[in-house]
Design a protein around this ligand. Structure first.
Ligand SMILES: Nc1nc2c(ncn2[C@@H]2O[C@H](COP(=O)(O)OP(=O)(O)OP(=O)(O)O)[C@@H](O)[C@H]2O)c(=O)[nH]1
Ligand SMILES: [Mg+2]
Length: 237
């Protein structure tokens, strides 16, 4: 499958070069798309430099910080237009190990529509997170399962691969959630459209450098979103 990984970035100058190289090394022939919101630290410029020697790197630079959800959607649309068959997403901060990519892609190839790199499929595989952050993330997954019926153990993780034919069935212009909510919304829509979903166990490690972009509004968004999803008629998803 022609495969690409979408990595949204905002001020990831400390990670960008290493993460791109690690991804390109982990999977032969894989492409990488960086969706950068014109980071003041020069992340886009660094990517441009790397693009001069490597055709597998793609870049979308947006005019300013517009949030994670819209960054993914812009990236997904680009990948679909370019004819990629497997479209993955991951963070730039090494919380997601590029070495897990082959396993996720292989699972997708084994006839799944969405493969989720899951922290909670075999116990709790999270390293270096403060307890309150873990409780928040684990709790969000339980809450989502109860409200929506979605049978996924890690509903908020951002390390996953979609089959392009599945992604095409989702109206990306109708997605308006951003942080955790975005991941929940995509999982829910794949499930409701009859997509086959697999959780592959991964170990998640807290960002090793750079600054967190987590904030409270992301949590409130997710709390209300799951109820909205539950009561949205299937044909409007
Ligand atoms: N393009 C774009 N990327 C973003 C935005 N916010 C966050 N990102 C990127 O999205 C990925 C996930 O964001 P993180 O800040 O790592 O969020 P998190 O993993 O929940 O929290 P920490 O790891 O604690 O920072 C990273 O690669 C960020 O650089 C945004 O508004 N626009
Ligand atoms: Mg992170």
């Amino acid at each position: 499958m022609k495969t690409i990984v979408v990595i949204p970035t905002y001020n990831e100058i400390e990670n960008i070069e290493a993460i791109i190289n690690a991804v390109l090394q982990a999977v032969p022939d894989i492409h990488v798309l960086i969706v950068d919101d014109n980071s003041p630290d020069g992340t886009s410029q660094k990517v441009q430099e790397m693009m001069a020697d490597e055709q597998r790197i793609h870049l979308i630079t947006r005019p300013g910080k517009q949030g994670l959800g819209t960054a993914y959607c812009a990236g997904f649309k680009y990948c679909l237009e370019q004819g990629f068959e497997a479209i993955c997403e991951m963070d730039a901060d090494f919380s997601h190990d590029p070495k897990d990519l082959p396993r996720l892609i292989k699972a997708l190839d084994d006839n799944y529509d969405l493969v989720i790199g899951s922290r909670y499929v075999s116990g709790v595989n999270v390293v270096n997170w403060p307890l309150r952050r873990l409780i928040l993330s684990y709790g969000a997954s339980i809450y989502t399962r109860i409200v929506t019926g979605l049978k996924i153990k890690d509903t908020t993780g951002g390390f996953k691969c979609f089959r392009a034919s599945m992604l095409k069935q989702i109206d990306l212009d109708r997605i308006n959630s951003n942080g955790y909510g975005f991941q929940i919304e995509m999982n829910y829509k794949v499930w409701k459209k009859g997509g086959r979903i697999k959780e592959e166990s991964i170990i998640f490690i807290d960002r090793r450098s750079g600054v967190s972009k987590m904030n409270k509004s992301i949590i409130f968004e997710a709390i209300f979103l799951v109820w909205k999803l539950r009561f949205t008629p299937k044909k409007k998803l």
